[in-house]
Design a binder for this molecule. Sequence first.
Ligand code: AMP
Length: 458
Amino acid sequence: MSSETINFTDLGLSPELLKALTDSGYTTPTPIQAQAIPVVLNGHDLMAGAQTGTGKTAAFSLPLLQKLIPFANSGASPARHPIRALVLTPTRELAIQVEESIKTYAKYTSLRSLVVFGGVDIKTQTPQLMRGVEILVATPGRLLDHVEQRTLRLDQVQMLILDEADRMLDMGFMPDLKRILLLLPKVRQNLMFSATFSNEIKKLSESFLTNPILIEVARSNATSDNVSQKVYHVHQEDKHVLLTQLLSGNDAKQVIVFTKTKLTASRLAKHLTKDGISADAIHGDKSQTERMQALDAFKQGKVSVLVATDVAARGLDIDQLPMVINYEISSSPEDYVHRIGRTGRAGASGIAISLVSPEEEKYLVEIEKLIKRKLDVEVAEIPERESQTRTRTKSTSTKVADSTKPHPRKKKNPEDEWFDKPYEPSGSTNDAEVMKMTHKNKPKGEVAALLGGLNPRN
Ligand code: AMP
């Protein structure tokens, strides 16, 4: 049976869940939902290759809830509400989004859910945990904090869901995951979701899943066909001008701009604001409240540009995002796939533009290798800067890029040199990405600590 002919009513979901789906406006399951829901309901372990935007959250949340409905009860005793399903996510934002979805789908049941993540006072999470919840969504570090503080028990977990497993590994959560696995009952159902399939992910799935059913909704490591992907070859110092041009286009009403470091993200958002473009930055140095406020403002259209680092943007659920711009291309080709997964969701079309400097060419090669296609090259017209018009008299504009002459200018604009500087930690270093850049040979566990992974807890 193809996914087009399947309705939610064919999937064996209870009336409570179907009603919630109708309220959400969902009419038909997405391909990952149509394939994964029966597998999970049958009790199999699952290895699913699905990017954000495919409907993967409901693909595990709906069968999870369905399986827990027999345990739903309105009793007041915490003992009647043990944690039966544990969902682990790499970032706080994703954790929040996943739990919001679960709450939405569970609203006509008496199942309880809760999200716990680092970066906020642990004490605020304890009372709700102590009352008992059947479904807990957590980032690994904060979960272990609660285990240590004996504010939760994991000995009745029947289902474990690892969301965005590839990102968990990238962020150094493996030691935490191993610790968590030891705390769970041996007999349980395991579901793993990953946008990309590296050898490491395959290894993890072998150790963590038992006879899993493999489902892939898109070719692994492929990027969505709905997304038109373009590259501008441009010098670092010209990126700001080009970005401003791109952001003033008609397609650019809501754009996420990616940078490699949180410092560049902050600085760029400020520059854009000065240019009259409403922009905000979202990165690991901002408090949880600030990040959520920035995201809300963006979602409501009060801010049209969100400048984000990979870590902060991971898992952001923003509907109908038409454009993503890589101000700095990622050194990890997998991150490119994740970044452009922000657009072209649920069948909508999207544009992903990458500004690639000569120094970043090597990363582009890796990306094209991973996605098995060449990206279209666009040519930008960059107006001459004052410093150059003083030395050049002929033209008023310079072609900065085409596929044959990719980088015609070598001169640096002193104004933008800041962007090329390596990041210097300022004391508040709770961002893994920065740690990766500045302490490349530190053990990964320490990176996890900075993201809420290990002690000291964030
Ligand atoms: P996800 O891949 O889980 O992040 O979901 C991407 C977006 O698709 C979210 O905004 C969901 O609310 C939405 N969505 C999930 N399932 C469906 C469905 N069956 N029909 C329509 N929208 C959906």
